[in-house]
Design a protein around this ligand. Structure first.
Ligand SMILES: C[S@@+](CC[C@H](N)C(=O)[O-])C[C@H]1O[C@@H](n2cnc3c(N)ncnc32)[C@H](O)[C@@H]1O
Length: 355
């Protein structure tokens, strides 16, 4: 068994050393210590000044130590050493998430590029792909981690099968979901109960309502929600999938103009409750109709940009065979070849920030 060492103390002591070779020798102790630990120990525990035990990812620590050991000059080695010390002992976060920027290299699972390619959906927990028109859990997962802190509230105005709410529960965030169809909302309620969470205080509320007519402020007051930190908006892609016969259902919007006017109204409503600088994510795709590509995503983005939001990013996400498209794959390929167009393989995540 590896003998426990005080990583921080070793690093701090080395700041005083004036020659590179002894510095490297001392640091090899940490490297040797980590290598002696069982390989399945991905998190290395260490003590910080107030005797609190914290953890750091094994690969991150090893890479940082290797970088110091590869330094040719004392100045370089010290620079990397100071950076590692800072990563281990100081926290630097933004106002909208809890990612420690001093340890940004550790977050290799957080996406920062505008092209998201997922080869399969995350089926862990109680997530299921059964609801036609749901999104993969990785979408809300990425958004929640980038744009909220634990304990904050996430609003999903088109909750569907509750993917966002389930992901919130797993990540220790509170959630408020709105869904028009009563039976769909009831299913979410049951699913949420069966999803385990490390944080017993986490709250999840699902409300059966028309997202365009709900009084959000009143709802927040009733549920004692002080502030919504992030809004995730995954509407029907107009009439691509008909979700219900209800006239209020956005998939029954009578025209493109009607759909966009409704999305504009929703953006106004969200702007009323979302604090300045907080984020709203719109997940949407384009549609194809009568031999013409309708850029539904960009039309909706334009509508929202006339409201109190500015655009921060456009993410393109691959769109593999969904429940709906699976059987039609060959038919669509034939149609594309015959009709001179390309088959949809992507959707958009538009990131807006409240002005
Ligand atoms: C694209 S799905 C959302 C799927 C969800 N993200 C998931 O992963 O399951 C859109 C949902 O919006 C609901 N919906 C349609 N019009 C609505 C409205 N006016 N208010 C609230 N929900 C609505 C539909 O019933 C459908 O469940």
């Amino acid at each position: 068994m590896a003998k426990q060492i005080d990583i921080l103390k070793i690093l701090k002591n080395n700041l005083q050393i004036t020659e590179i070779q002894p510095l490297k020798e001392n640091l090899s102790q940490i490297e040797a210590y980590v290598y002696a630990l069982p390989p399945e120990e991905n998190e290395i525990l260490y003590l910080i000044d107030n005797e609190e035990v914290v953890s750091i990812k094994r690969d991150f620590l090893i890479n940082e130590i290797k970088q110091i050991l590869a330094s040719h000059t004392l100045e370089r080695a010290r620079y990397y050493l100071q950076r590692l010390l800072k990563a281990l002992s100081e926290e630097k976060t933004t106002a909208f998430n809890d990612l420690n920027l001093n340890r940004w290299k550790e977050y290799d699972d957080i996406l920062t590029d505008s092209l998201w390619l997922f080869d399969k959906r995350d089926t862990s927990g109680v997530h299921s792909a059964d609801y036609w028109g749901n999104f993969i859990p990785q979408i809300p997962h990425q958004l929640i981690r980038r744009y909220t802190k634990p304990g904050e509230w996430v609003l999903d105005t088109f909750a569907g099968s509750g993917t966002t709410l389930l992901e919130c529960k797993r990540l220790g965030r509170n959630s408020l979901g709105i869904e028009l169809q009563a039976e769909v909302a009831q299913t979410i309620e049951k699913l949420i109960q069966s999803q385990v969470s490390d944080n017993q205080a986490v709250k999840s509320h699902i409300i059966q309502a028309d997202a365009l007519e709900l009084n959000y402020q009143e709802t927040c007051n009733t549920l004692k929600i002080k502030q919504i930190a992030l809004a995730i908006v995954h509407p029907p892609y107009w009439d691509i999938i008909k979700f219900s016969d209800q006239p209020a259902d956005l998939s029954n919007a009578v025209s493109l103009t009607d759909f966009l006017a409704k999305m504009g109204k929703l953006a106004d409503k969200i702007a009323e409750i979302l604090p300045k600088n907080r984020y709203m994510a719109l997940v949407i795709s384009d549609k194809y109709e009568k031999g013409e590509w309708i850029p539904l995503g960009f039309y909706t983005m334009q509508t929202i940009l006339t409201k109190k939001f500015k655009l921060k990013s456009i993410v393109v996400k691959n769109f593999e065979d969904t429940k709906g498209k699976m059987n039609q794959k060959e038919l669509w390929r034939y149609r594309a070849l015959a009709g001179g167009f390309y088959v949809f393989k992507h959707e958009y995540i538009f990131l807006f920030q409240k002005k």
